[in-house]
Write a protein that binds this ligand. Structure first.
Ligand SMILES: [Zn+2]
Length: 143
């Protein structure tokens, strides 16, 4: 059983990594150093299977954190989704910078709105990509 889980984990790791590399190339994000890490449940936002952290903006280092690692599914979805967030990162950064120049209350309101708008944009882009290259059931589980 342990050997089987180990094999599945390796397959999942390979799959996630290949998807990150594919989307990095496709979205022309090669100037970024992208890594991933598995995190314990509850480390990232509730209801999220993954998120994106910019660890070192000057050196363009980003980390995709994945929390539902043991479920052995969703790697294609997470890689695609988080890499689209990375594609919008410069726009997001600049907008957040401008929002911070407002008063504290207004800044918080605008930053929350910007985060929602970014999520809407990423979801729309992801759906558009999904139409051209659907993620089939089970496709992202084992390769
Ligand atoms: Zn998102």
């Amino acid at each position: 059983m342990i050997a089987v889980l180990g094999t599945q984990a390796v397959a999942k790791e390979r799959r996630l990594w290949s998807q990150i590399k594919k989307w990095q190339k496709r979205l022309r994000l090669q100037e970024w150093e992208v890594a991933w890490e598995a995190v314990a449940d509850g480390v990232i936002g509730e209801g999220l299977g993954a998120d994106l952290q910019i660890r070192n903006p000057e050196y363009r280092r980003a980390v995709i954190r994945v929390s539902d690692w043991r479920e052995l599914k969703g790697m294609d979805f997470h890689a695609r989704h988080e890499m689209l967030h990375l594609a919008l990162n410069d726009l997001r950064d600049r907008a957040m910078e401008l929002a911070q120049r407002l008063g504290t209350e207004a800044a918080e309101r605008e930053m929350a709105l910007l985060a929602k708008l970014e999520e809407v944009a990423v979801t729309r882009l992801q759906r558009a990509f999904d139409e051209f290259e659907p993620i089939k059931d089970g496709e992202d589980q084992f390769y």
